[in-house]
Design a binder for this molecule. Sequence first.
Ligand code: SF4
Length: 213
Amino acid sequence: MGDVNVVIDGEKVSGPEGNTILEAANEAGINIPTLCHRPDLTPDGNCRVCVVEVEGAPRLVASCHTPISEGMVIQTRSPKVLAARRTVVELLLAGHTGPCVTDECAKDCELHYLAAELEVGPPRFQVKKRRSYPVETLSPYVQRDMGRCILCRRCVRACAEIAKKNVFSMAYRGFRSKVVVDCDVPLDKEACRDCGICIDYCPTSALTKPKAN
Ligand code: SF4
């Protein structure tokens, strides 16, 4: 496979065929923010934070799973891209049921970092909030607070692809979408051992280590 030549933000960049726009940009030192993406997990493209503008394309594309092709001209920070990215982050914040905006966990939350980086203020949208859920404390290894979940599915993929378990899956649709264990039962010590990888990959504080008693 040969190299593919593209232009990203006015800079000539080449990368191996099959590389994504995100990979090509990263290798050229051009930062595209991501949320659901991690380089060691299968790209999912569900959050849309990494959208970019490709000349001639009818709509913005998710850079994490769009391969580069010869002659592509890509904008990663055009006004259209920045507006879309801000809207995505704003909607994620607006749909949250957790008290994260004010409490301590906000300082470790990638969504809040992203909101600050993109200069997203308090959500303007009155969107239907996702359901609130009781915090699950049965497992000695992972505490789940699904009110703080942004449905990025990093935990689902990390558990399946790295830990080689399949403790989590997606269930329900729309505002009821949820990361579930089995048929939506609380996580307990039978379902999950103590690898903790889901906690490491969770960008919010939906998954945390239980506090020692
Ligand atoms: S629990 Fe965390 S890692 Fe899993 S989908 Fe929700 S925010 Fe993402």
